[in-house]
Design a protein around this ligand. Structure first.
Ligand code: PLP
Length: 401
């Protein structure tokens, strides 16, 4: 039962944690077992190998930690860098802000580039900074691929081009927590050195796995980096990989069965179809917002996010009231505005286990709530625009053709 019960199903539209598919829930509903048994390595190897496919990496080495995205951040930083190392990072929303805070608390020397919230990485500025760094003091560029607080997707391929153009050897570390497995991400093509995600986002699992993929260059850097690390040390994992037993300490057994089922669902649908579905759902959401006469927090089309839409409310409305009323009256969970955009935006998460009609239900809820709060919108206008977009762009379900 719901902790605070309500009839019907909760419409879960926060940008993570997201809905868990039935088959994944069933896969996790099992007893504990001996993770040192002769049987367990088969599952371990299969998820450690296959999870790399959602990063589009064959060259990388993956690590599945019992942690969250925040732990995966720490793993990426402490394995590749030494205290005092210079990092360039862009602060353009709550999650880039928190990652930078972690970098500073871990004693890295961060060149923080503050950008207006709603903007993405300024590639020209990055290029100028890297070109000016002739002695290669900058050891890493850290970018959040999809800034979940503002609905901004950064151009990671563009960041790679800039690094290559100025022939800068800095490592490229990327937070893909709300993108990987939903928005196109190409670890090998973009020569990303460390990419990471968390299980409660596109993989549609419970929170509790931090998944990291490291390039050969990152593994090399880990051999000499001097940051203190124990729990997140890749070297311990690599030792156990070589022994064929995989886990330096107790893994989250049920979550690994869930991960297997979650990956199977993604591969059955086809990763590129999953990405196209997110683009379709994101597009329908944006069409609805446009039809309501509202704007999104994303400043330019090139940065639109297919996993989360941050809707800007009219100035006389507090966006927290949209979220509150949606939950209290319609059992619809939306994301609040965080930090600088608190009160100004609410967020519609459209990622993970999600389909067209679920989205239309949520958009209907948002529309009704906005009208009830006094926004001048015609009932049905946003839904009609979203329906038109979905009708034009939705293919037959691949398993039912
Ligand atoms: N990075 C991004 C882009 C996120 O959206 C989040 C959480 O929403 C995090 C990092 C932090 O992840 P976690 O809450 O799993 O520690």
């Amino acid at each position: 039962a719901d902790y605070v019960p309500a009839p019907g199903r909760n419409h879960l539209f926060v940008p993570g944690p997201v809905n868990i598919p039935e088959s994944v829930m069933r896969a996790m509903n099992r007893n504990n077992e001996d993770h040192r048994s002769p049987a367990f390595p088969k599952l371990s190897k299969s998820v450690i190998d296959d999870v790399k496919r959602i990063f589009k990496s064959s060259k990388g080495t993956s690590f599945i930690f019992p942690t969250t995205g925040t732990g995966a951040w720490e793993s990426a930083l402490t394995n590749t860098l030494s205290p005092g190392d210079k990092i360039i990072s862009f602060r353009l929303g709550q999650f880039s802000l928190l990652w930078i805070d972690q970098m500073q608390r871990l004693r890295f020397d961060v060149d923080v580039v503050d950008c207006e919230w709603g903007s993405g990485v300024d590639l020209d500025l990055l290029k100028a900074k890297l070109a000016a760094d002739r002695s290669h003091n900058v050891k890493a560029v850290c970018v959040v691929h999809n800034e979940t607080s503002t609905g901004v997707t950064n151009d990671i391929g563009g960041v790679r081009r800039v690094l290559d153009e100025v022939r800068h050897p800095a490592l490229l570390l990327v937070d893909g927590v709300s993108s990987i497995g939903a928005i196109d991400f190409r670890m090998d093509d973009w020569k990303v050195d460390v990419a990471l995600t968390g299980s409660q986002k596109a993989l549609s699992l419970p929170t509790g796995l931090g998944i990291v993929c490291a390039s050969p260059k990152a593994l090399e850097a880990a051999k000499t980096s001097k940051s203190l690390r124990v729990f997140f040390d890749w070297a311990d994992y690599i030792k156990f990989y070589a022994a064929g037993t995989y886990w330096p300490y107790t893994p989250s057994i049920q979550l690994l069965y869930g991960l297997r089922a979650a990956l199977d669902l993604i591969f059955d649908e086809g990763l590129d179809n999953v990405i196209a579905r997110h683009h379709r759902l994101g597009g329908a959401t944006r069409e609805a917002v446009k039809a309501w006469g509202l704007t999104i927090a994303t400043k330019k089309d090139e940065w639109i996010s297919d996993t989360v839409t941050a809707v800007v409310v009219p100035p006389h409305i507090d966006s927290a009231n949209v979220v509150k009323l949606a939950w209290k009256k319609y059992n619809l969970s939306l994301g609040v505005g965080l930090n600088k955009v608190a009160g100004k935006v609410f967020r519609i998460g459209h990622l993970g286990s999600m389909n067209e009609l679920q989205l239309l239900g949520a958009l209907a809820g948002v529309e009704i709530v906005l009208v009830e709060l006094g926004v001048n919108i015609k009932l049905g206008s946003g839904i009609a625009a979203a329906q038109a977009h979905l009708s034009k762009n939705t293919p037959l379900i691949s398993s039912r053709i």
